[in-house]
Design a protein around this ligand. Structure first.
Ligand code: ATP
Length: 355
């Protein structure tokens, strides 16, 4: 079976980290006969500046025919309005209706956490609604630039949208044996939206009586996430709160450079991207941490039904941290390429040695 994977390195460190993810995919493709066809896509700031095009309708349609997309990062100081990032990334999420934004934050070693007393294990798995909430662009401005200016940003919550992300979170928790699902909202202030989320959470959760369930206000939850993060397992929340909570969870478990994400609509092309951005401050220096992108490969393999290989990748990543084979953001002295090569050799080599 052939599986087509589009690689979009994008901007800044996206190019450097996707190179390492590609190295790993190629090596696994050869050693495991995965049947992957890797296709490079030239989308990003360079193309936008060169041709004035972000992404065309034909390109969206073509990407929809792939099995997976791996995107590095989008963002370039030469495009201050970030038009290309909005068109490409939000466009894919919205046009392809990729409603699950899955962001697992796993602590590989207590030494990576800024929390003093954390011993782990810690695995925070965030299900962020990905197609509505505050990200629809609905709203508008009035009397812009005057002292009477009005700015309205709508927060859109549909029964369908809320229900399907909550189902996804419970389905995942149930099938992976997780003990708790936590809903995060601000139902004491956003009464209409909060009421909908809480009702649906209780309704869907009724089918999962073995799983502990609680609903928390986002302000209380983020405090608690710093105080006792080990209490949390699967977290389900709206688009905006998911964006914020997942950055905090990523930081608690070692920083942006380590965190992967998947944008999924079952049965459709899945989009994988590291949580970090294009980091222009370190782009081109060869020191970007490739682990977020490499863990995207792990999520992709899981998505393709090869969780055995995904686990091998995770084990190799943990091994690199353990051995101190890391980039400077984790205190190491190795380059992006060194780390990518080390992890790839470990994934392919250790297995070959043991069979
Ligand atoms: P965006 O708005 O696209 O999320 P951002 O500028 O807010 O982007 P990032 O680009 O993710 O945030 O980077 C924030 C900082 O974190 C960077 O300046 C960089 O120093 C650091 N950083 C991010 N990703 C990595 C990485 N993979 N390796 C090392 N450092 C990183």
């Amino acid at each position: 079976m052939i599986r087509r994977v589009a690689l979009i390195p994008g901007d800044g460190i996206g190019v450097e980290v996707v190179r390492e993810a590609r190295r790993l995919l190629e090596a696994l493709n050869a050693s495991e006969s995965l049947g992957l066809e890797l296709v490079d896509w030239d989308l990003g700031a360079e193309r936008y500046l060169r041709e004035g095009i972000t992404i065309t309708d034909e390109e969206f349609a073509a990407l929809a025919e792939y099995d997976a997309v791996l995107l590095g990062a989008l963002g370039d100081p030469r495009v201050p309005g970030n038009e290309h990032a909005k068109d490409i990334l939000l466009g894919m999420r919205f046009k392809l209706d990729l409603y699950v934004n899955f962001r697992p934050c796993v602590l590989l070693s207590p030494k990576l956490s800024p929390l003093r007393d954390l011993v782990g294990p810690l695995c925070l798995e965030i299900f962020r609604e990905n197609t509505e909430g505050a990200y629809t662009g609905m709203g508008g401005s009035f009397k812009t630039g005057t002292s009477d200016e009005v700015a309205i940003e709508e927060d859109v919550n549909t029964r369908k949208g809320v229900e399907r992300i909550i189902w996804a979170a419970f389905e995942f928790a149930g099938s992976r044996g997780r003990g708790r699902v936590t809903l995060v909202d601000k139902a004491n202030v956003q009464r209409h939206a909060g009421g909908l989320w809480r009702r649906v959470f209780a309704e869907v959760g009724a089918a999962y009586a073995d799983i502990e369930q609680d609903a928390m206000y986002v302000d209380a939850m983020v405090m608690d996430l710093v105080r006792r993060p080990e209490r949390y397992e699967v977290i389900v929340t709206s688009n905006l709160f998911g964006d914020i909570v997942s950055d905090l969870a990523a930081e608690v478990t070692g920083g942006l450079g380590l965190a992967p994400s998947a944008n999924i609509h079952p049965g459709r092309v899945a989009l994988f991207e590291p949580v970090h951005g294009s980091a222009p401050d370190i782009a081109g220096k060869g020191i970007a941490n490739p682990i977020g992108a490499i863990r995207c490969v792990s999520l992709m393999l899981d998505h393709f039904g090869r969780s055995d290989l995904g686990e091998r990748v995770e084990a190799a990543v943990a091994g690199s941290v353990e051995a101190g084979k890391t980039t400077p953001d984790l205190g190491g002295e190795y380059s992006t390429e060194d780390v990518g090569q080390w992890i790839t050799a470990r994934v392919v080599g250790v297995h070959a040695a043991s069979t």
